[in-house]
Design a protein around this ligand. Structure first.
Ligand SMILES: NC(=O)c1ccc[n+]([C@@H]2O[C@H](COP(=O)([O-])OP(=O)(O)OC[C@H]3O[C@@H](n4cnc5c(N)ncnc54)[C@H](O)[C@@H]3O)[C@@H](O)[C@H]2O)c1
Length: 333
């Protein structure tokens, strides 16, 4: 049994706690949350996950106190993004592997320090880019890699939500230097999936909208590849009706469309045939990513499906998009 401690019991900390109950071979053994008002409550975010509930595990204020009593194998870091690097280093120094929420960090130097900590302490780092494990995106990757629809032609990914409101009006989310804004916080899911699917683009071009304090709130990006192929993404915190994600992936011999708000949500068209409703596996990316990482830990192998280096490239992409937003030009990677 792999023992996980969860650091930060805000919205996503509660998602991790609920998720770990559904993963065989894993157990949440402690939570570290500095704000005691969260100890008996659940923070509601922009999506619902079954089983989110007040805590029923020992609670601590620091990871060092927790580690003395509980001796966890792995720390799941569910802290505001600007804290990801320092707590990854502290967790590994205290003898734990790390699951760290996306985005990995807000600078490449922080990503490099996290990768260096893995070497220094001989620990695994799993960046929770859950979309690589989300059933509808796993289905796309499988069909894409099989080559059965022929040459890839055009791709559009979207992820639309209201502003994260669960931290209140002064939330760290709404401060660019702490969250990176929508570009790093929400859109990074698609930036990550794009290069997982299509490989590294040679350049990016982005246009965006900011909040009054200058924090990015919406971004539309072009990922520029060699050859006859287009790829755009849209990420927004300015959407008025809930949350939706999806994509349209067009190939020379067919296309796949996913819209999380539709039922059926995932469809495949082969040239000249009626649309097919694609079956997807049960579960969600949160569960699947833990199942995968628990398996890696049990086998003592690096998580090849999302290496820290690959998660770092997602930050490189987001930084290039930020530069494009600021400079109004194409940025080569
Ligand atoms: N994968 C996803 O779908 C997803 C969804 C939401 C958030 N996230 C990511 O998860 C991270 C956290 O987001 P959130 O929505 O849970 O934020 P949040 O503000 O709801 O929760 C963060 C929690 O960390 C606690 N905290 C802060 N500093 C601490 C410290 N030093 N020690 C102990 N606790 C501390 C806060 O009190 C708070 O409860 C962010 O990086 C965010 O981008 C991922």
């Amino acid at each position: 049994m792999i023992k996980f401690a969860i650091l930060g019991y805000g919205f996503v900390g509660a998602v991790h706690a609920a998720t770990l109950k559904k993963v065989e071979g894993a157990e949440a053994v402690a939570v570290i949350e500095k704000d005691k008002s969260k100890w008996n409550s659940v923070t509601k975010g922009n999506i619902d996950v079954d089983g989110m509930q007040p805590l029923d595990v020992p609670l601590f204020e620091t990871i060092e106190e927790m580690q003395k009593e509980v001796n966890a194998d792995c720390l799941s870091i569910c802290l505001p993004t600007y804290l990801h690097r320092s707590y990854t280093e502290r967790a590994m120094a205290a003898g734990m592997h790390v699951v760290c929420e996306k985005p990995m960090a807000l600078s490449l130097s922080d990503c490099d320090a996290m990768i260096a900590a893995c070497e220094k302490y001989d620990k695994q780092l799993f960046i929770a880019q859950c979309i690589r494990f989300w059933p509808e995106y796993v289905a796309l990757k499988k069909i894409h890699d099989s080559g059965e629809l022929g040459r890839p032609v055009s791709f559009r990914f979207f992820r639309l939500s209201g502003k994260p409101s669960w931290g209140g009006p002064d939330s760290w989310f709404l401060q660019e230097e702490k969250s990176g804004g929508c570009l790093f916080d929400l859109h990074v899911h698609d930036a990550d999936f794009v290069h997982f699917l299509l490989g590294e683009p040679k350049a990016v071009f982005a246009r965006g909208v900011n909040l009054v304090n200058g924090t990015n709130a919406a971004v539309i990006s072009h990922y520029i590849y060699e050859g006859n192929i287009t790829c755009t993404t849209e990420g927004s915190w300015l959407y008025h009706s809930g949350f939706k994600m999806g994509y349209s992936a067009v190939y020379e011999n067919g296309q796949i469309e996913y819209d999380s708000t539709q039922s059926p949500a995932l469809k495949l068209w082969r040239t000249g045939a009626d649309p097919e409703i694609l079956p997807v596996n049960e579960g969600d990316g949160y569960i699947e990513q833990y199942k995968y990482f628990v398996n890696c830990l049990n086998r003592g192998v690096k998580p090849e499906r999302i290496t820290p280096e690959s998660a770092r490239f997602s930050i490189k992409l987001a930084l290039a998009e930020k530069e494009s937003l600021t400079q109004g030009r194409v940025i080569f990677l």
